[in-house]
Each structure stands twice: as structure tokens, then as C-alpha cells.
Design a protein around this ligand. Structure first.
Ligand SMILES: [Fe+2]
Ligand SMILES: [Fe+2]
Length: 253
């Protein structure tokens, strides 16, 4: 477990890492484009949120806990997401594709975000979506031969790994403050949210996932493994390395 100050410094340093060589020209083929570009446009849009509602929820949450560094960490976390959106947008510009302004999936998520001021709802939603992002950007990277796009995906994957750890730790604190009935209720609605979200993501992006070698069964198994890890984590503590590695092997088959 790390405190908010740790995460603030982590994001501050990580934001200045330059891991993408923009001198590499985009070399995506016509066929690769036809399989992933629509999906990439939608994902790019999703990465560009201003995060006003998330900051408002974090401010309320940090006041309750007297933890001002949490808001600072969240603001840098949002900047990192915007960096992903900007990098993907820059890539779309380079390959002559437009940055879309809205789509149905984004409209649904934005509506939910507007209605929500709970840090718990934010945190579990972000964990589910970011776990899907891990599978997604790996699939995009595997679907193309373009060095530039692959390095953009690798950069995002490195950031998202830390984001999930950051959010898992926050959910752990929130979950540990609950009584037994509240915990049972929480796990129930986390599961409903999880199944609804992963199906929405699969049906919206199945073509791109398949181009990267991820079929529905493999996607669901990987997502289930990651979700199970979070549920286990918030009850006790991180799984021992060996057990965790065993699950990864089992569910990533
Ligand atoms: Fe992201
Ligand atoms: Fe993220």
C-alpha cells in the first residue's frame, strides 16, 4: 500500500517520461486500418475526458479523509489519461483519420459520470475499464506492424498498470471501512457493473480485439482473472506472487 503523496510523486515523474519516438513514420497498412481504426477513434475519445466530476468526487473524498494529496494525485492521473488521448489523436492525424467528437458508448459513460459523485463508483468503474484497456492496447499492438503505434500502445500499457494499482489501493481503503452487510452488497453491485461493462466493451470493439488475436472467450477469461484479483485484493491484501502468477497462467491460456 502506498499513500497519496507517493502516487502524486509517481505521476509527476511519469508524466515527463518520453517513451515514444515520433520520428518513426506511421506504417499502418490498409487492411490493419480497416480492422482497428474505428475502434481506436472511439477509444481516443474516451481518453480525453476533462475529469471535472472525478475531481469533484476526489475533493469530497479527500476532505472526509483529510488527505489533500489524493486530489493532487487524481489531477495528475487525469493528465496522464489526457496524454493517452493526445498521443492517439496525434496518431490519427498522422494517418489522415479524424478525431471523433461523440459516439454511443462515450455518451453513455459521460452520462453516468455526470450522475455520479461517489468515489467508490468511480474507482471500481475505472478499475474495470482500465483492466479492459490492458487487454485492448496489447491486442492493438499485436494487430499491427506499425512501430509508432506499437510504441504508443506500450507507453499506455505502462501507465495503465500503475493506474490499476493506484485504484485497487483506493478501493481497498474504501471497502475496508464497510461492515459485513455493506461489503456483501458492494461485491454484488461490483459484479453486475463488471459483467455489464465488459460485455459493452466486447461488443463495441470485438473486431479490433479479434485482429489482435483475442476472441470473446479469451477476453472474458482475462477480464475475469483481473476482476477476481481486485475482489481478492480489497478483502485482504495482494495475492502472493506465486499464486498470482499461477492465476495469470491459468486464465491467460
Ligand atoms: Fe488511459
Ligand atoms: Fe488509465
Amino acid at each position: 500500500m502506498h499513500d497519496s503523496e507517493f502516487w502524486f510523486h509517481h505521476f509527476k515523474i511519469n508524466l515527463h517520461e518520453k517513451r515514444i519516438n515520433w520520428n518513426n513514420p506511421p506504417t499502418i497498412s490498409h487492411q490493419e486500418k480497416s480492422q482497428i481504426i474505428e475502434s481506436l477513434q472511439a477509444w481516443q475519445l474516451g481518453e480525453t475526458s476533462e475529469g471535472k466530476q472525478l475531481i469533484a468526487a476526489a475533493e469530497k473524498h479527500s476532505q472526509n479523509l483529510d488527505d489533500p494529496h489524493y486530489v493532487d494525485a487524481i489531477k495528475l492521473f487525469i493528465q496522464e489519461e489526457q496524454k493517452h488521448g493526445e498521443n492517439l489523436g496525434k496518431y490519427l492525424d498522422l494517418v489522415g483519420e479524424k478525431r471523433i467528437q461523440s459516439n454511443w458508448g462515450d455518451r453513455i459513460f459521460r452520462t453516468i459520470r455526470h450522475l455520479n459523485s461517489s468515489m467508490e463508483v468511480w474507482t471500481i468503474t475505472v478499475i474495470i475499464v482500465e483492466n479492459a484497456a490492458l487487454v485492448y492496447y496489447q491486442a492493438i499492438s499485436d494487430a499491427v506492424n506499425c512501430v509508432l503505434l506499437r510504441s504508443i500502445c506500450r507507453d499506455i500499457l505502462m501507465d495503465e498498470g500503475h493506474h490499476i494499482k493506484f485504484q485497487n489501493e483506493r478501493l481497498f481503503s474504501i471497502f475496508q471501512s464497510k461492515g459485513i452487510y455493506a461489503r456483501a452488497f458492494a461485491v454484488t453491485w461490483y459484479c453486475i457493473l463488471f459483467f455489464a461493462t465488459i460485455h459493452a466493451i466486447w461488443f463495441a470493439h470485438s473486431k479490433a480485439f479479434k485482429a489482435g488475436g483475442i476472441d470473446m472467450n479469451r477476453f472474458m477469461r482475462q477480464m475475469y482473472h483481473k476482476f477476481f484479483y481486485t475482489i481478492r485484493y480489497i478483502h485482504h491484501q495482494p495475492l502472493p506472487e506465486t499464486l498470482s502468477a499461477q492465476f495469470v497462467k491459468e486464465f491467460n491460456k
